[in-house]
Structure formats: structure tokens, C-alpha cells
Design a protein around this ligand. Structure first.
Ligand code: GLU
Length: 472
């Protein structure tokens, strides 16, 4: 059997961590089984669905590279289809019109509650409508079986049973003619030939209703269900906006690579031995539903940062540079006159956990700075450093081959000539060329900054020392 999964978000907000993980698991399962992955937008609630949210969901999917083979299908464009299935159900009697007034239902509910019973529809319109016409306001209800139970084998949680007595005669079409949520889902799952429904555990109570509905409309194949447990924040509470668990695109904004986030999400509730690093190919090869945890997982930003650092340093630097480029643009750094970004990835990778941080540290490779870090200049740009800076400047200006190795030699030989430690030469030089007291290895940094820029900056630092000013 060809496997078909779907991700079916309701477009009421951005794609958040929980949604992205559900999408990833559905996508991986399809990819693992050489199946098909469908994207379906569940936008039948016009009050809550927005086109911005649809866009945000697609942006998130695209950024994560979770490609879909079919869709996006929009439920809002399938209303005719849902209504035609409802008409057939009315014809064959698996659904019925209910003319009960709001008042009657409210009274019923109050009486049941007063008796300590679970409120449910009492089947008043179950059988005869002789005294009603279809023009009168009514809803359509599903004739749920009243005996027996629904049992399904959840691929993550095992066998689950619901008694039919617990399930109401669900409204499948409202008085205004609009089909309801659970009904649209089952018609879609049926029409689209979905074999595996992988979704959040908040949908578990919908599953028995959906199975009954699917059977009633004659679906030959009932999908296999897998309900993925929740994600908790590190304080043990359900992950929410309060914890900064906002949209997936915010992770891009904060400087994460999609590979790091995917690796993080796949491990957030799934494991394969004690392996932590999974390439996309590993995930596709290894992902199974039975290795998904039954219990909730806890979000851990430290681990996500650790993975991001790993991928910044282990993916091809040219590729990482394509993502860095976005941050460089955000920070308005003009890279036209400086080194290739891939070089910076190699140079700054060890020191940066995020690309945002890396872009921030990139500026002095491309642009002149107008100020030195106050502490660093106070400590290192002093008259005592003039001699070493002048010597280094002349040697760098005439260095035959501009390599990190030769630059290192220049710094070392200057220190030797002046009979001082290498730091006495290196630190003033570092502040002169980077404006700060911290940078990656000075030789490689100067190599990447380039000769003319480095020499000009040393001249500027010498002038700064000469003037004894705090501004360049
Ligand atoms: N639209 C539902 C949601 O966003 C998902 C429904 C499903 O997967 O069956 O929670």
C-alpha cells in the first residue's frame, strides 16, 4: 500500500514549534516509506483563518524545506463537496435533520447537568420529522452508533477504546449551512486517500468520531492514527508564547539554521539509540512512528543552540553562507567590498552559536568603524604601542605573500625584535584592525580583512594614539 500522510494546519496563526514538529513527523513518515505528503489548509472557520497565517505557515514549511507532493488544498474551496456528502448521508439515513431550538438544547443541558449526567443530545429528532419542512432552520446531525465501541490502534500510544455511548450525535452542518470541522476532516482524509494521520494528541477525542463518520460514508480504508504528545517548556508548563515559543520564522530571525531546528525537532519526542545528530537523510532513513515517545517532551533552548553551533561548523561553509547572507542584509552590512561570506563562516563558526551573532561579528570585515571599544582602546592604544604598530604596519604593507602564516610571522618577528611577548604586539594590533579586544585568531582575521584595509586601520590607530583622543 502506498503511504499518504498530510499536514493539516488551521491557519489561525504562525507555524509554531508543535505544528512544525507534527509537519516534520508526517513528512518524514511519507519520505521514509516513499509515500506522498499532502498539505491541506483547514480554513473553514472564516472568523479565525487569515491569509497572513496561510502565508506564515507556507513560509515556515518552505524555510524548513518540508516539501509537499500534493496541495495545498483549501477546505474553504471544497464546501460543495462536503455538502454533497451530507446530502447523500441524509438520503441514506446516516445523518438526520435536527430542528431542536437553542432553548430546548439549553434546557436539556441544564437538566442533565443538574442530575450529574454528562450533557449530550437526547436523540429527539432521531426518527421523525413529519411536522417539519426542510425550510425551517435546522442542523444536520450524524447518526452515531449508540452501541458498542470504537477501538483503534494508535501507532504511538497503543490500543485506545471509546464507548459509543460517550459520543454524541455530532452536528455536521450548522444552521447557516456550513459543515463542521470534524466532518470536513474526514471527507478530506477519505477523498485524498490519507493512509496515516499523524497529529497532536489534542485531537485524540476527535478520532473515534472521525472513525465512525468515515465508516458511515463508506470509506474502505480507515487511516492509521498516531497522536504525538505535547511539548512542554522548561518550567514544565505547556509551551506557549509566554516562553518565546513563537513562529518558526522567529528561529530564522534569531539565527538558527533549518537543519539545526529540524534535528532538534526530530529528537524532541523521537529517538534512535543515543544518536543526537541526524542529517535530513538520516532522519528519512531512520524515522519510525513506534520510536516516538508516549510522554510529553521538554523544550531545551541550550540543546538547540548546541545543534546550531554544530551545523554552522559542519555544513559546507558555502551553504551556511547563503543563510548568513540573509542576516547580513538584515543588519545592513554592505559586503560588496569585502571577503566572501563563506570565509567568514569558517573564521567565525567556532565562536558563534547563531548566524545573527555571526553577522554582528562580521561588520568590521566590510565596513570602517568610527569608534573603538572603549576598554580595549584605553588598555591597548597607548603611546607605548606605537613602535610595535609602526613596525607591523610596514612589514604588512610590504609582505610579499598575504597568507595567515606570513602574517603570523610578521607579528612574531616584531615581538622578537622589540623583545616583548607576542601579546604586546597582538593586542594593540587587534584593536587597531577590528576595533575591539576580541576576535578570532589575529593572523587569519587580518588575512580575511585584507591588506589595504588592515594597513589603513593601523595608520588610523597610530593617528588616534598620536592625538590621544577617544574617537577615531
Ligand atoms: N487543523 C487541525 C489543527 O491545526 C489539525 C487537524 C488534523 O490533523 O486532523 O490542529
Amino acid at each position: 500500500m502506498k503511504i499518504k500522510t498530510r499536514f493539516a494546519p488551521s491557519p489561525t496563526g504562525y507555524l509554531h514549534v508543535g505544528g512544525a514538529r507534527t509537519a516534520l513527523y508526517s513528512w518524514l513518515y511519507a519520505r521514509h516509506k516513499q509515500g506522498t505528503f499532502v498539505l491541506r489548509i483547514e480554513d473553514t472557520d472564516p472568523e479565525r483563518s487569515t491569509s497572513e497565517a496561510i502565508e506564515a505557515i507556507m513560509d515556515g514549511m518552505n524555510w524548513l524545506n518540508l516539501d509537499w507532493d500534493e496541495g495545498p488544498y483549501y477546505q474553504s474551496k471544497r464546501l460543495e463537496r462536503y455538502n454533497s456528502v451530507i446530502e447523500t448521508m441524509l438520503d441514506v439515513g446516516t445523518a438526520y435533520r435536527c430542528y431542536c431550538s437553542k432553548q430546548r438544547l439549553e434546557n436539556l443541558r441544564a437538566t442533565q447537568m443538574a442530575k450529574g449526567e454528562k450533557p449530550r443530545y437526547d436523540g429527539n429528532c432521531h426518527d421523525s420529522h413529519a411536522h417539519h419542512t426542510t425550510d425551517e432552520p435546522h442542523v444536520v446531525r450524524f447518526r452515531n452508533p449508540c452501541k458498542g465501541s470504537v477501538i483503534f490502534n494508535d501507532q504511538i500510544r497503543g490500543s485506545i477504546e471509546f464507548s459509543n455511548q460517550e459520543l454524541d450525535d455530532l452536528i455536521i452542518r450548522r444552521t447557516d449551512g456550513s459543515p463542521t470541522y470534524n466532518f470536513c476532516v474526514i471527507v478530506d482524509d477519505w477523498d485524498m486517500g490519507i493512509t496515516h494521520v499523524i497529529r497532536g494528541e489534542d485531537h485524540i477525542n476527535n478520532t473515534p468520531r472521525q472513525i465512525n463518520l468515515l465508516k458511515a460514508i463508506g470509506a474502505q480504508v480507515i487511516p492509521v492514527y498516531a497522536h504525538v504528545p505535547m511539548i512542554l517548556a522548561d518550567d514544565g508548563k505547556k509551551l506557549s508564547k509566554r516562553h518565546g515559543a513563537v513562529g518558526i520564522m522567529q528561529y530564522r530571525d534569531e539565527g538558527y539554521l533549518p537543519e539545526a531546528l529540524l534535528n532538534y525537532l526530530v529528537r524532541l519526542g523521537w529517538s534512535h539509540g543515543n544518536q543526537e545528530i541526524f542529517s535530513i537523510l538520516d532522519m528519512k532513513n531512520l524515522f519510525t512512528l513506534d520510536a516516538v515517545n508516549k510522554s510529553a517532551s521538554t523544550f531545551n533552548t541550550e540543546k538547540l543552540l548546541w545543534l546550531n553551533h554544530h551545523y554552522i561548523n559542519n555544513l559546507p561553509s558555502k551553504y551556511v553562507a547563503t543563510h548568513l547572507q540573509w542576516h547580513i542584509k538584515q543588519q545592513n552590512i554592505d559586503t560588496h567590498t569585502g571577503p566572501e561570506l563563506a570565509k567568514l563562516v569558517k573564521l567565525l563558526g567556532k565562536r558563534c552559536k547563531t548566524l545573527k551573532e555571526m553577522a554582528y561579528s562580521s561588520r568590521y570585515f566590510y565596513e570602517e568603524f568610527n569608534e573603538y571599544d572603549a576598554d580595549a582602546s584605553k588598555k591597548h592604544l597607548r603611546p607605548i604601542s606605537r613602535k610595535s604598530l609602526e613596525l607591523v604596519r610596514d612589514k604588512l604593507a610590504t609582505l610579499i605573500s598575504w597568507t595567515a602564516e606570513n602574517i603570523h610571522y610578521v607579528i612574531q618577528s616584531t615581538a622578537d625584535e622589540l623583545n616583548v611577548g607576542i601579546g604586546k604586539v597582538g593586542m594593540p594590533l587587534r584593536v587597531a584592525v577590528t576595533g575591539t579586544g576580541k576576535s578570532p585568531g589575529l593572523d587569519v582575521t587580518i588575512e580575511v580583512i585584507g591588506r589595504s584595509r588592515s594597513v589603513a586601520r593601523i595608520d588610523k590607530a597610530l593617528a588616534f594614539i598620536a592625538k590621544g583622543e577617544t574617537h577615531v
